[in-house]
Design a protein around this ligand. Structure first.
Ligand code: 4AD
Ligand code: MG
Length: 432
């Protein structure tokens, strides 16, 4: 028997093959019946004509249910009208795994909590499949971009001592060494690696025990963090822009079917793929926001509503740069032109999707970074090796972190990032 995947059927036109997959639709007139099958590579419609198949095949067809796993055999013909572009004339049908009638996801509206409880099945539906395929394309594009630009991928630890960003840490017992913490960022290790390899990026899961219940927060999310020796904050923004243009172009070039399934306005993504992206000084951004009626005052970090208000005049991502020191992390380099601020940027996605990147030039002066660690009352001991990077051959360097799920949510046009990872982890969700 010759098995075929649905995506490969065009090379089997006119032949008899067996395709294995799950039943997504069934319909019958009593004499002619149709099965739509999904195998993960595509969908295939098979036609069963009662008078042309053995009685037991017709009976087996009659007992089929949604999501049963089956093997169907028959001749494949190209048919532009059929879903998937081919049709099979069914000659034989075998049930591999039956599925009882109470399959949890029915063709009706389910609430999102119910769908999340059944994420293991929800993943099979067309919209979720499209999002997962775009996520995978974005991941591949990121790896390709950095590979083509001579970066080394460095995989940094997930179990760490207590260092990272300011938000909450997840702790777990670690033998005789006290607590280990799940990494909130790979950046500090990335900085060490940049002095060894010049241009690096990390790509891995990061963890934040924040009690945020917004549509933009997960407790476990994936972050890509390049770190580059000898580039400044402006060159750092250029790298972000080049990378984002590359990613969006790649999805536009290769994932049109998925964008269509998601009913994404492709013209908006086309606009977002055209550089240059505006670079707005934080101080100017605050003035603009105040004119638009925001209550933000100089010194605040920008909230989600402010971010939406600020980007409404643009069709590309927008950089906001040089935030006040107290709004940002201790490791950002003091701005020589205005020491109240640091050389950093956030990158805000258009259409109100909010911050997708946070980046900065790093403080490379040992005395200045020590002062910041003490001001923030951070555990100095835990940072000994990080500080030593400033003692032995300190070097100007910059980097950033791209949130994968937020980027995918923007590209897919989904309002909540929980759909942009296979099994989301949130404050109230650890299952499935
Ligand atoms: O702005 P953040 O906290 O920056 C860092 O972690 C730096 N160490 C990055 C660096 O310079 N190497 O996080 C970076 C990005 C955010 O812009 C956002 O896209 C994403 O990570 N992010 C989250 N995504 C989902 N859920 C959360 N709780 C997130 N927190 C941050
Ligand atoms: Mg940030």
């Amino acid at each position: 028997m010759s098995y075929a995947r649905i995506a490969e059927l065009s090379s089997h036109a006119g032949q008899s093959v067996t395709v294995r997959g799950w039943v997504t639709h069934l319909r019958s007139s009593g004499k002619v019946a149709f099965i739509v099958l999904r195998d993960g590579t595509g969908i295939l419609q098979a036609v069963v004509v009662k008078s042309q198949v053995p009685a037991e095949v017709w009976e087996r067809f009659g007992a089929l249910t949604q999501e049963a796993c089956v093997a169907i055999t028959g001749e494949v013909r190209a048919d532009a009208r059929a879903p998937g572009g081919h049709e099979m004339g069914l000659a034989a049908l075998d049930v591999i795994g039956a599925s009882p009638l109470d399959y949890p996801i029915q063709p009706k509206e389910h609430g999102v909590d119910y769908l999340l409880d059944h994420r293991h099945f929800w993943l099979r539906t067309p919209r979720q499949v499209a999002i997962a395929r775009i996520r995978s394309e974005v991941e591949q594009a990121i790896n390709d971009f950095f590979y083509e630009h001579g970066f080394l991928r460095v995989d940094t630890p997930i179990l760490t001592a207590a260092i990272g960003e300011r938000s909450g840490l997840f702790a777990t017992e670690y033998f005789d060494l006290g607590n280990a913490y799940l990494a909130q960022t790979g950046q500090l290790y990335g900085e060490a690696a940049a002095a060894a390899f010049g241009k690096i990026y990390t790509f891995g899961p990061t963890f934040r025990a924040e009690k945020s219940k917004t549509r933009r927060h997960l407790t476990e999310f994936w972050m890509i963090e390049p770190e580059v020796a000898f580039i400044d904050s402006d060159e750092n923004m250029q790298l972000q822009e080049d990378m984002l243009v590359f990613i969006v172009r790649r999805v536009l070039d290769r994932k049109q079917a998925e964008l269509k399934e998601l009913e994404r306005e492709v013209a908006k993504l086309e606009a977002a793929a055209s550089a240059p992206y505006p670079r707005i000084d934080y101080t100017d951004a605050v003035a603009t926001l105040q004119k638009k009626g925001s209550a933000v005052t100089w010194g605040d970090d920008l909230g989600a509503e402010d971010e939406t208000l600020l980007v409404e005049d643009y069709s590309t991502p927008v950089f906001v740069k040089n935030y006040p020191k107290e709004a940002k992390a201790f490791y950002m380099k003091e701005n020589p032109a205005d020491p109240r601020t640091v050389l950093c940027n956030d990158c805000l996605a258009p259409e109100g999707f909010g911050e997708i990147i946070g980046g900065s030039q790093r403080e490379d002066d040992l005395e200045k970074i020590l002062r910041r660690i003490r001001e923030e009352k951070l555990p100095e001991d835990a940072y000994d090796w990080y500080l030593a990077l400033r003692k032995y051959g300190t070097f100007p360097h910059s980097g950033y972190g791209l949130g994968l799920e937020r980027t995918v949510a923007w590209i897919c046009g989904t309002q909540h990032i929980r759909e942009c990872i296979a099994f989301p982890r949130m404050m109230h969700r650890l299952r499935p």
